[in-house]
Every structure is written in C-alpha cells, then in structure tokens.
Ligand binder design. Sequence first.
Ligand code: HEC
Ligand code: HEC
Ligand code: HEC
Ligand code: HEC
Ligand code: HEC
Ligand code: HEC
Ligand code: HEC
Ligand code: HEC
Ligand code: HEC
Length: 423
Amino acid sequence: MTRLLSLAALACAALALAAPPPRTVGAPGKPAQDQCTLCHRELEEARLRQPALLAAEDVHHRQGITCAGCHGGDPAATEPEVAMDPSKGFVGKIPPQKVPEVCAACHSDTSFMLRYDPNIPTDQLAQYRTSKHGLGLAKGDQRVATCASCHGAHGILPASDARSPVYPSRIVETCARCHADRSLMAQYGIPGNEIEDYQQSVHYQALTVKNDLSAPTCNDCHGAHGATPPGVSSVSNVCGTCHLTQREAFDLSPHKDAFATMEQPACEACHSNHKVVPPQDQWIGVEEGQVCGTCHSAGDPGAEAAEKIRHALLETVQRSEAVRQRVERAEQRGMLMDEALVKLEEAHQALVLARNDVHTVDPARVQARTEEAQMVLAKAEADAAAAEEELAFRHRGLKVSLLVILLAVVALGLKIRELEKQS
Ligand code: HEC
Ligand code: HEC
Ligand code: HEC
Ligand code: HEC
Ligand code: HEC
Ligand code: HEC
Ligand code: HEC
Ligand code: HEC
Ligand code: HEC
C-alpha cells in the first residue's frame, strides 16, 4: 500500500514537472477579479474580446480561476507587458499540441481538483492518450480532437449543463464538426457516414423525440476521452450494458463462440452499429432482406431454425390480433371484457420474451414461449366466444319479446274493433 502511494506520488511529481504549473487562482467559489478580463473586455478585435465576454459563464472563472489559469502571466498587473510577460509563464494562443497538458495541469491533479469538486474524475488525460485522437495528436496531427474541440476553450460549461457541447443531445453536432466531413475522414480510411446513419437510428429517435437520455449517443459506445471504436470483443458488452436480456440470450446461442472465431462483433451482424432500426419478426430467415441470409443458406440447420422461429412468432401474432379484434368488438357492444384483455396482455408479454429468445436461435426455446402465449390466447378466445354467444342470446331474446309485444298489440287492436262493433 505505502509502495503504491509513493509510486502515485512519484507519478504526480513527474506530471508536475512535465506540465506547465502557473495556475494563478483565486479562492474557490469566488468569481475571478483579474486585469486580464477587465482589459480584454474593452479590446476591439473580436478574437481578443470574445474570451473575456464568455468569462461570466465559464465554470473556471466562476470558481476564481482567471485567464492566467490556462494562459499564465500575472492577472494582477495592469500593464500589458507585465501581465503578458513570457517570463511569468505567459502563453498566448495555445496551440492544439499544448492544449491537453494545459488542461491536465489541473484536471489530472487529484488533490487540486478535490478542493473544488470531489466528484469530477481526474483521468481525462490518461484516457485521452489511449484514444485515436490522443494517439494522432502525439504524432503531430493537429486535425484530431483536443480537449478544446469538444468543450470549447472559453465559456466552458459543466458537462451536465444542457447548453454544453458535450451534453447528450448536443454531442452529435460536436462530433459531426469533423466526423461528418467525408473528405477529411477519407484521409483516415473512415467512411464518414456514422453521423448520418446514427441519425436514422431508434437510439437517436429516443434521445431527440422522446427526450430519453438513457438512449446511447456517440460517447456512450465510444467513450468520451478514450474515443476508439469498441473492439470486436467488446461490442456485445457495449450494447449489452443496456440490453442485458438480449445479451444473455445471445450468450446461450451457438453464435457466441462462432462469431468470436470469425472476429464478428456480436450484435452488429444483425442490427448494425449506428443505423439500429426497429426490429421485426419478418427479419428472421434467409430470403433477401432477412438477417440470417448473410451467413446461412436454404436447407442448412440455421435456415431451418429460422423458418421454425419465424413461423412460431407470426402464427402467434396473427392469432393474437384476431382474438383482440373479437374481444374489442364484444366490448364495444357493451360486454365486460376486462379478464380477456388481461389475458391478451399476458400473451403479449410471452411474445416479448419469445422475441428476446430469438437471440438463442433455439426454436425449442422460442416455441416454449409462443405455446405459453397460445394457451392464454385460447382462454381469451373462449371468453370472446362466450361473450358472442351471450350477445346472440340477448339478440334472440329481444326478437322474441318484440314478437310477443307485436302479437299483444294486434290482439288488443282486434279486441278494440270487436268492442266497437258491439256498441
Ligand atoms: C491592459 C490590457 C491587457 C491586459 C491587462 C492583458 N492583455 Fe492580453 N492582450 C492585450 C492586447 C492589446 C493584446 C493583443 C496584442 C498582443 O498580442 O500583444 C492581447 C493579447 C492576448 C492574447 C493573444 C495572444 C496571441 O498570441 O494571439 C492572449 C491569450 C492574452 N492576451 C491573454 C491575456 C492574459 C492571460 C492576461 C492576464 C494575465 C492578459 N492577456 C492581460 C491586452 C491586455
Ligand atoms: C480553460 C483554459 C482557458 C482559460 C481559462 C482561458 N483561455 Fe484563452 N485560450 C485557451 C485555449 C485552449 C486557446 C486556444 C484554442 C482556441 O483558440 O480555441 C485559447 C485562446 C485564446 C486567445 C486567442 C484566440 C484566437 O482565436 O486567436 C485569446 C485572445 C485568449 N485565449 C484570451 C483569453 C482571455 C482574455 C481569458 C480570460 C477571460 C482566457 N483566454 C481564458 C484556453 C483558456
Ligand atoms: C487552473 C486549473 C484548471 C485548468 C488549467 C483547467 N481547468 Fe477545467 N476545471 C478546473 C476546476 C477547479 C473545475 C471545477 C469547477 C467547479 O467546481 O465547478 C473545472 C471544471 C471543468 C469542467 C466542468 C466539469 C464538470 O463539472 O462537468 C470542464 C468541462 C473543464 N473544466 C474543462 C477544461 C478544459 C477543456 C481545460 C483546458 C482547455 C481546462 N478545464 C483547464 C480547473 C482547471
Ligand atoms: C471527443 C470529445 C472530447 C474530448 C477530446 C475531451 N472531452 Fe472531456 N468530455 C467529453 C464528453 C462527451 C464528456 C461528458 C461526460 C462523459 O461522457 O464522460 C466530457 C466530460 C469531461 C469532464 C467532466 C468530468 C468527466 O470526466 O466526466 C471534464 C473535466 C473533461 N471532460 C475534461 C476534458 C479534458 C481535460 C480533456 C483533454 C485531455 C477532454 N475533456 C477531452 C468529450 C470530450
Ligand atoms: C476536431 C475534429 C474532431 C472531433 C470534434 C472529433 N473527432 Fe473523432 N477523429 C478525428 C480524426 C481526424 C480522427 C482520425 C484519427 C486517426 O485515425 O489517426 C478521429 C478518429 C475517431 C475515432 C476512431 C475511428 C477509427 O476507425 O479508428 C473515433 C471512434 C472517434 N474519432 C470518435 C469521435 C467522437 C465520439 C467524437 C465526439 C464526441 C469525435 N470523435 C470528435 C477528428 C475529430
Ligand atoms: C450504439 C453504439 C454506438 C453509437 C451510439 C455510436 N457508435 Fe460508432 N461504432 C460503434 C461500433 C460497434 C463500431 C464498430 C466497431 C468495430 O466494428 O470494430 C463503431 C465504429 C465507429 C467509427 C469507426 C469507423 C466505422 O464507421 O466503422 C467511427 C468514426 C464512429 N463509430 C463514430 C461514431 C460517432 C461520431 C457517433 C455519434 C454520431 C457514433 N459513432 C455512435 C458503436 C456505436
Ligand atoms: C446506453 C444504453 C444503450 C446502449 C449502449 C445501446 N442501446 Fe439500444 N436502446 C437503448 C434505448 C434507451 C432504446 C430505446 C427504447 C425505446 O424506443 O424507448 C434502445 C433501442 C434499441 C433497439 C430497438 C428496440 C425496440 O424494441 O424497438 C434495438 C434493436 C437496439 N436498441 C439495439 C442496440 C444495439 C445493437 C446496440 C449496440 C450496437 C445498442 N442497442 C446499444 C439503450 C441502449
Ligand atoms: C443473429 C441475428 C441477431 C443477433 C446476432 C442479435 N440480434 Fe437482436 N434481434 C434480432 C432479431 C431477428 C430481432 C427481432 C425479433 C422479433 O421482433 O421477432 C432482434 C431484436 C432485438 C431487440 C428488440 C427487443 C427484442 O428483444 O425483440 C433488441 C433490443 C436487440 N435485438 C438487441 C440485441 C443485442 C444487444 C444483441 C447483441 C448481444 C443482438 N440483438 C444480437 C437478431 C439478432
Ligand atoms: C454473421 C453470420 C451469421 C448470421 C447473420 C447468423 N448466423 Fe447462425 N451461425 C453462424 C455461424 C458461423 C454458426 C456456427 C457454424 C455453423 O454451424 O454453421 C451458426 C450457427 C447457427 C445455428 C446452429 C446450427 C447447427 O449446426 O447446430 C443456428 C440454429 C443458427 N446459426 C441460426 C441462425 C439464425 C436463426 C439467424 C438469423 C436470426 C442466424 N443464425 C444468423 C453465423 C451466422
């Protein structure tokens, strides 16, 4: 333990040596009062004025961290030559190469960050260095993303602020600045269609239309700081962190080992990665437009399994729709059908489980679920039949009583006429 600690201390010391340390800061919780901001606010040139105007919103400025926190220099000096003196560590426009270490001078310093907010992780630089972006930057490529490409440099907001460029509903446009640029991406052999595809997915729909923040966006699957494509072995883990039951079913299938040998990512084979669309029963098969046909062909055990599975599902769906129509018709005609509706819901739940079990590609498992559904459907069907019988009986009863009334009226008429004749 002590060895670990001293190792950590050594690592921190090394980092402190490597990083430029001039962070002239005020007290946490107190907005910065500095000459840099005061002077820059009045400058003509937009590129010089803008950073000062954004300071009021900036998460750093609000916590007493002045311009000098990133740029160095002396924030108390009113003379520009003194304030922006390189011998006081001043750096002007920070070049992309330098950005990560400037930010990390504080953000990788755990004891410094603890004074502000203990919940903010301090692993961003370490993660960034493992990412394709970080690896590119280390090789001198300035077109990759640095900290400032995703967070901005001035007016930086907490990641949880809905206006922040890294907020879930805004991250797509942030990545799109580079990743939708096909000619830029072509230089790296990246298709550049990821944004377009993702925007057609159920995930993007859920995020933007249903405002469901649990739906994944770019950084949920790729990581934010360690942005890399999830490796072949980890794709099912990525999808499976949210779709746990499908993953469990997939792990029971012969595909688990077979895909691993083929180096075929688990879920992508049938769902794709970015353009994940709503799945359907009709997908199961080897005909054109069906997902099993990529690897199986008519007559092989996979194709046969697909046939059985699709048949079991479609047959159950058809019956369930027919029964629902009968039940709803009876209800509209005034019968109390609550119990049958509960059974229909039970059948629906069994179908949900059956669709989950499609991932085992084991017809017996799927059929066990659909048979369960068929059993409750049979009961709902019997309820519907009984209700229809009852309605028919009432209908007949109505006819009989109408006839009786009619006869009585006729008899009464005859009687009246007879009495009139007599008088
Ligand atoms: C009294 C006014 C004044 C003060 C105080 C001042 N600046 Fe400046 N700053 C300027 C002017 C004018 C320029 C543009 C001319 C130049 O580059 O020297 C400038 C330029 C800059 C640039 C851009 C340099 C480049 O290479 O493009 C940065 C960054 C900067 N200042 C940061 C700071 C910081 C940080 C402080 C406080 C530690 C500060 N300034 C204090 C007036 C000021
Ligand atoms: C959180 C770190 C950080 C803080 C705090 C910060 N800057 Fe910067 N600044 C940067 C980075 C990174 C760049 C270069 C990247 C860019 O221009 O987007 C930059 C660039 C600049 C530039 C050059 C802009 C250009 O387009 O040429 C000026 C001027 C500047 N900063 C002034 C300021 C002033 C004034 C303040 C205080 C109000 C300030 N900065 C606070 C990180 C910071
Ligand atoms: C002088 C030290 C320092 C430097 C340099 C610095 N930061 Fe910060 N940063 C902080 C502190 C302290 C906080 C926490 C503020 C708080 O408590 O709200 C913070 C907060 C943040 C947050 C908000 C975290 C959250 O709550 O979601 C982001 C994003 C951020 N910084 C990005 C950057 C980037 C990008 C750079 C480099 C361009 C940078 N910082 C440079 C000290 C620094
Ligand atoms: C490719 C875009 C991207 C780059 C590059 C990037 N960030 Fe972030 N950052 C994000 C996203 C997205 C979040 C939101 C939360 C998450 O997913 O971790 C975030 C969150 C943060 C936070 C809030 C705490 C946390 O970790 O969740 C801080 C602080 C931060 N980033 C600092 C940095 C620093 C410092 C760098 C450079 C070393 C950097 N970021 C580079 C996208 C990026
Ligand atoms: C400033 C431009 C820029 C921004 C913004 C940016 N990227 Fe990148 N990204 C690149 C470049 C350039 C590469 C290619 C690097 C290489 O291959 O050396 C890349 C590579 C990647 C890769 C690796 C792809 C592969 O096949 O190797 C992933 C994953 C990635 N970015 C995800 C993201 C995500 C997610 C975001 C938003 C949170 C984002 N990027 C924002 C420029 C950017
Ligand atoms: C639901 C998870 C998921 C989401 C959301 C997601 N990706 Fe991906 N992405 C993947 C997987 C899986 C791969 C492929 C990995 C493999 O085949 O090894 C991939 C591959 C990539 C690649 C590498 C080139 C390629 O097309 O194969 C880039 C670049 C990329 N994604 C960027 C993005 C961007 C930008 C976003 C946001 C618009 C995004 N991704 C959203 C899962 C996701
Ligand atoms: C961060 C959590 C998360 C991750 C990671 C994730 N998903 Fe999703 N997924 C969701 C949410 C939330 C929905 C939306 C459900 C809805 O429409 O309300 C969804 C919907 C779906 C649907 C449609 C379900 C339906 O019933 O219509 C499919 C298929 C799907 N995801 C597959 C995948 C695949 C494949 C991956 C990996 C490449 C993946 N998901 C990664 C959360 C996630
Ligand atoms: C062999 C092809 C295949 C693979 C591999 C596959 N799926 Fe599916 N998935 C399907 C089919 C087919 C459906 C549609 C079932 C239906 O509606 O009848 C589906 C449906 C879904 C649904 C919708 C809800 C449901 O259970 O019906 C989700 C979510 C889903 N899959 C996630 C995943 C995840 C996560 C993985 C990886 C662990 C994965 N799938 C792997 C073929 C596949
Ligand atoms: C990415 C390729 C791929 C896709 C797509 C795919 N499979 Fe497979 N499947 C395989 C491989 C590889 C094996 C193992 C080798 C073999 O036995 O053919 C396998 C094995 C099977 C088996 C076991 C066969 C046996 O011999 O016992 C069944 C059943 C099966 N798949 C059904 C399906 C169904 C149903 C679908 C569509 C929903 C599907 N597969 C989609 C590649 C795939």
